[in-house]
Design a protein around this ligand. Structure first.
Ligand code: AMP
Length: 278
């Protein structure tokens, strides 16, 4: 079931052997599972319909499923298909063997420049592909980034993404990763993802997001001012700081475009173009 489009097939729970739980999200649980016929290993995400109703996320879920099924990129987690019974909806997802990037980041404190650059390059390529398809993710954060068995980054969770070529006005996303125009509730476009790449690059290298503060209000203030500083430890290359400074730019039209990130000296010197981190 790996390559062809199975989203229209009539799957049911009988098609799978269910294995160990992989994690618990806001709306359900995720288990490793194996499709009986092909022996193909997947992650099965189970969401209770009651939760969907309670949180009024039915439209969001349908949108997430439609977007994720339509995307085919090595750095975007595949959604192979879905099915439901009376109580539950089941999403058949690509299995990311190495789990959340967030856990790796917390375990190690911060990442090496090689790993950080490899992840930023993978993310940039995946976002360029999304933007081409008129999808803005808007909720890229370490918790939504998974790693496969080779350490290849996979963007997961398209719950907040929007398929549109227009400017968007809705307030959403997670505080620390919000671009100034989103904090100020102004119109925003694809370049919010470029800002987020700057935030992630900083967080990968220093272990904390750049505008972290005691209160939400202080974080808002720091974002609006672009109150950016680079700690002396860990010692980070000038190239990395240059890339971050060119992404965390208040004027969204002046943020480094995705194509220029791919060609940036820090990426060229440090990233594994195959996207693999061991
Ligand atoms: P979620 O409900 O998407 O937040 O998922 C809850 C947790 O399950 C995540 O934090 C991951 O640790 C794990 N998980 C979700 N999807 C996958 C997947 N496709 N492969 C491996 N682990 C996953």
């Amino acid at each position: 079931m790996s390559s062809q489009d199975n989203s229209n097939r009539n799957w049911s729970l009988q098609d799978f052997d269910i294995g160990k739980p992989l994690g618990r999200g806001k709306f359900g649980r995720v288990y490793v599972a194996r499709e009986r016929k092909s022996k193909y290993v997947v992650a099965l995400k189970i969401i209770f319909k009651e939760q969907i109703k309670k949180h009024k996320i039915d439209h969001q879920l349908v949108r997430e499923m439609e977007i994720q099924t339509s995307l085919r990129h090595p750095n975007i987690l595949r959604l192979y298909g879905w099915f439901h019974d009376d109580e539950r909806v089941f999403l058949i997802l690509e299995y990311a063997h190495n789990g959340e990037l967030y856990k790796e980041l917390r375990k190690q404190g911060h990442l090496s420049e090689n790993h950080a650059a490899t992840y930023i390059l993978s993310l940039t390529k995946a976002l360029a592909y999304c933007h081409e398809k008129h999808v803005i993710h808007r909720d890229i954060k370490p918790e939504n980034l998974l790693l496969d068995h080779e350490g290849r980054l996979k963007i997961a969770d398209f719950g907040w993404s929007v398929q549109s070529s227009n400017k968007r006005h809705t307030m959403c996303g997670t505080l620390d990763y919000l671009a100034p125009e989103m904090v100020e509730n102004k119109a925003h476009d694809y370049t919010v993802d470029n800002w987020t790449l700057g935030i992630l690059c900083y967080e990968f290298l220093y272990g904390v997001p750049p505008f972290e503060a005691e209160s939400q209000l202080d974080t808002f203030r720091r974002i609006i001012k672009v109150d950016l500083s680079f700690p002396s430890t860990p010692s980070i290359s000038l190239d990395a700081k240059n890339l971050i400074s060119r992404l965390l730019v208040k004027d969204s039209s002046r943020r480094l475009p995705l194509q220029k990130i791919v060609e940036h000296p820090w990426i060229l010197k440090n990233a594994n173009p195959m996207g693999i981190c061991n």
